[in-house]
Design a binder for this molecule. Structure first.
Ligand SMILES: *[C@@H]1O[C@H](CO)[C@@H](O)[C@H](O)[C@H]1NC(C)=O
Ligand SMILES: *[C@@H]1O[C@H](CO)[C@@H](O)[C@H](O)[C@H]1NC(C)=O
Length: 287
């Protein structure tokens, strides 16, 4: 009996493992240092050492939808490392939505930096600490994107909203299909405490662990008339175009206020030293 039970358990573990790798292989491929990426049981690991970081990207490009990945960030000493999860289009006028997790020395908090590039221009950084330890367990990081807003979400709590304010003459990223990317690399020139703390290579390899890859978005070859294919019109309705998703719900607005009040450590919108003239989208954002 015990033998059968163990066999069943082992098969279960193997099957979960192959389901995870099948899902990853269906959606993603390595784009940097294949030898620093491993499947271990039901998870995928990216490793950074003094030879190389590692990364992967989606096989397809997407316009609108929701992308989620569960990540367990580097445990222990992660100072100097950055683990990123982002969407980006190609070319000099690219758009980009970034989560960058800035490592720290053992016991000191990670920061999550978010940024948005529109038509090739970034400089829209926000930084937050987190209400949990992101290194002890998996948490779900998501990007929701439609014609009205880009929402950065952690465990279904919105931490940032970038609203479409084209009616105020402010460009909104909605015409370029984007790939989905993740990577880990050494950024000890800036990441931790402003670059004062360097990567301690005796603690390598630094490992970020992944599972739960989900893309529910409009798949779109770059060459295609993207907006045409991925817009709801006539009988074709995409779920992310539902009116309820054109802005945060009241509950989500409260969650966002709570996050901003308790966890925000930097917002480019209030950095008057860096931007003597307040960036235009900041004047209109309701947060
Ligand atoms: C690292 O820890 C220090 C000390 O607690 C803190 O000031 C800093 O914001 C933390 N995060 C980063 C990325 O430097
Ligand atoms: C990388 O780090 C290891 C362990 O600290 C060390 O032995 C090795 O020489 C380093 N390699 C390079 C290329 O720096």
């Amino acid at each position: 009996m015990a033998g059968f039970f163990l066999l069943g358990l082992l098969m279960g573990v193997l099957m979960v493992g192959s389901v995870i790798s099948a899902k990853f292989d269906e959606l993603f491929q390595s784009n940097w240092a294949l030898d620093h990426i491993t499947y271990e049981g039901e998870v995928l690991k990216l490793k950074l050492d003094n030879y190389s970081g590692a990364g992967f990207q989606s096989k397809s490009k997407y316009l609108f939808g929701k992308v989620s990945i569960q990540i367990k960030l580097v445990e222990g000493d992660s100072a100097g490392t950055v683990t990123a999860f982002y969407m980006s289009s190609d070319g000099p006028n690219h758009n980009e939505f970034d989560f960058e997790f800035l490592g720290n020395t053992t016991g000191e908090p990670y920061l999550v930096q978010t940024n948005i590039y529109v038509n090739g221009g970034g400089n829209r950084e926000q930084r937050m600490n987190l209400w949990f330890d992101p290194t002890t367990d998996f948490h779900t990081y998501s990007l929701l994107w439609n014609q009205h807003q880009v929402v950065f979400i952690i465990d279904e709590t919105p931490i940032r909203v970038h609203s479409n304010m084209e009616h105020k003459g402010i460009p909104f990223p909605k015409d370029q299909a984007m790939g989905v990317y993740s990577s880990i690399w050494n950024a000890d020139d800036w990441a931790t405490q402003g670059g004062r703390v360097k990567t301690d290579w005796t603690h390598a390899p630094f490992v970020a662990t992944y599972r739960g890859f989900e893309i529910d978005a409009c798949e779109c070859p770059v060459t295609m008339a993207a907006t045409e294919k991925c817009s709801s019109n006539g009988d074709k309705r995409y779920w992310w175009d539902e009116p309820t998703l054109s802005e945060l719900s009241l509950h989500q607005s409260h969650q966002l206020l709570w996050v901003r009040a308790n966890h925000m450590v930097y917002d480019y919108c209030s950095d008057t030293a860096r931007f003597p003239a307040t960036p235009e989208e900041c004047l209109h954002h309701r947060h």
